[in-house]
Design a protein around this ligand. Structure first.
Ligand code: ATP
Ligand code: MG
Length: 140
């Protein structure tokens, strides 16, 4: 049923919780799992060039660390998985990647790193639910 599952992670506790559910589903359905981190470049244009380069470098390093942690969490599930890092507007990149992979399911956290507690859904998740052409599981 789900040949390919996509889980986007930003390094937040909520995203790791979503990853855990995604790995369990992948194990049950025999699905391939792709873990995606998007380096959020939306606000980089507000900075001077040198500062922008430094910030981008830091964000890439942080992204690689997040993916490494994700890989070590998923390994014990004995599923087929890959991890990938992209850059851009997170919600747009998540939806594009799901389309490219022909993923039938996106498993995503309710909130992430920056959200306000009073908001039920973070803005990335809200947009992904709205734009995705496949099913979206929002993990609470
Ligand atoms: N840069 C990202 N790369 C990959 N996945 C992401 C990224 N940002 C968010 N996500 C995914 O979306 C989920 C919800 O995060 P979201 O960004 O919507 O909430 P937030 O950070 O709390 O609020 P907001 O960004 O709207 O201020 C995360 O748990 C994660 O699964
Ligand atoms: Mg966010």
């Amino acid at each position: 049923m789900f040949t390919h599952i996509l889980t986007p992670i930003d390094g937040s506790e909520a995203s790791f919780k979503a990853l855990d559910e995604a790995a369990k589903l992948a194990r049950s359905f025999g699905s391939k799992l792709t873990i995606l981190h998007v380096v959020d470049t939306r606000h980089l244009l507000e900075y001077e060039e040198q500062e922008r380069e430094d910030l981008l470098k830091k964000l890439r390093v942080r992204g690689a660390e997040v993916l490494k942690e994700a890989e070590s969490k998923v390994k014990p599930f004995n599923i087929i998985f890959e991890s990938t890092m992209k850059e851009g507007n997170p919600a747009e990149v998540i939806v594009e990647t799901a389309d490219e992979l022909k993923a039938e399911l996106i498993v995503i956290g309710t909130r992430g790193l920056t959200g306000l507690r009073k908001m039920v859904l973070g803005s990335t998740t809200y947009k992904v639910v709205e734009w995705a052409s496949c099913h979206v599981l929002v993990v609470k």
